[in-house]
Design a protein around this ligand. Sequence first.
Ligand code: NAI
Length: 319
Amino acid sequence: ANSPLTFYGKVALVTGAGNGLGKAYALDFAARGASVVVNDLGGNISGTGSGSRAADKVVEEIRAKGGKAVANYDSVEFGDKLVQTALDNFGRIDIIVNNAGILRDKSFVRIKDEDWDIIQRVHLRGTFMVSRAAWPHMKKQGYGRIIMVTSAAGIYGNFGQANYSAAKLGIVGLANTLSIEGRKNNILVNTIAPIAGSRLTETVMTKDMVDALKPEFVSPIVVYLSHDSCEETGGLFEVGAGFFAKLRWQRTEGVLLREANEVLDAEKVRDNWDRITDFNKATYPESSQDSMGKIMQLSNEIDEAEKAALDAAKTKDPA
Ligand code: NAI
């Protein structure tokens, strides 16, 4: 348990690794022996422009420290090209951090089609394209680690970020299903919601905040979740400033309002609103089976009660 977490022989692809959080992940992986594909399109924070400088600088820094890295300048929308760079240079792909991101913050009605589409394309579709390109290789080798990147704005919503919130929570949905599909092939998929000072956040943060929220304080969980000794999958974590926590769904005990041979209507919902929304005896469903199973079980009980009542009535009055 005291051995350092190393990545010799492993190949990690970090998208959007030219700046901010992605750069911190790339440097951490490389320092631990991984061969790293440093992907970055090199545009600005709203997703316009492109260039090779951002990725090149990080590759140079890794190499100067004796690490292994190559640059890739394609947009994550062309996921297969990113994965091909890993295969061409290092012969395999083991780890993906779907980190690339941009912002088009606008209050809801001011979001133009283009502001909506580019956010979905880079965040949600980009994450899909990169992950899908790597999947068959991970499946074949019986090993893969995928880190998804969401945001508090996605989990909780945030004024002016409807496009970004939708894409970021979409990524959690993708991770939920990929963690189920990947498990039997040792492809583990986890999601982080980071907070860090970066060019994306420096305009809304004070200097003190930026200093306290170093990307290096997020990287340790990305590295751990990517290691072959870590068995976590399907998890969602909030991370920043050195703080680490896991999230999960919570459901109220709930109440089945349908009763044998009684009308179920809106008034019944209104009259039971306190019970429907009471978290005192909450449960924590972990799968759709957990979630739907209880509903079906309660519903069957009522159907049976209804049938029993009907049978009883028939015996009393055989006509
Ligand atoms: P950043 O702007 O410093 O880094 C993002 C990098 O992604 C940039 O270098 C950019 O060139 C690159 N990129 C953008 N579009 C790309 C594309 N289509 N293909 C390839 N590369 C592309 O931003 P930061 O803060 O490091 O963000 C990293 C991730 O963390 C993003 O997904 C962001 O949404 C997420 N995040 C960050 C938070 C924070 O507090 N910084 C909060 C919540 C989420």
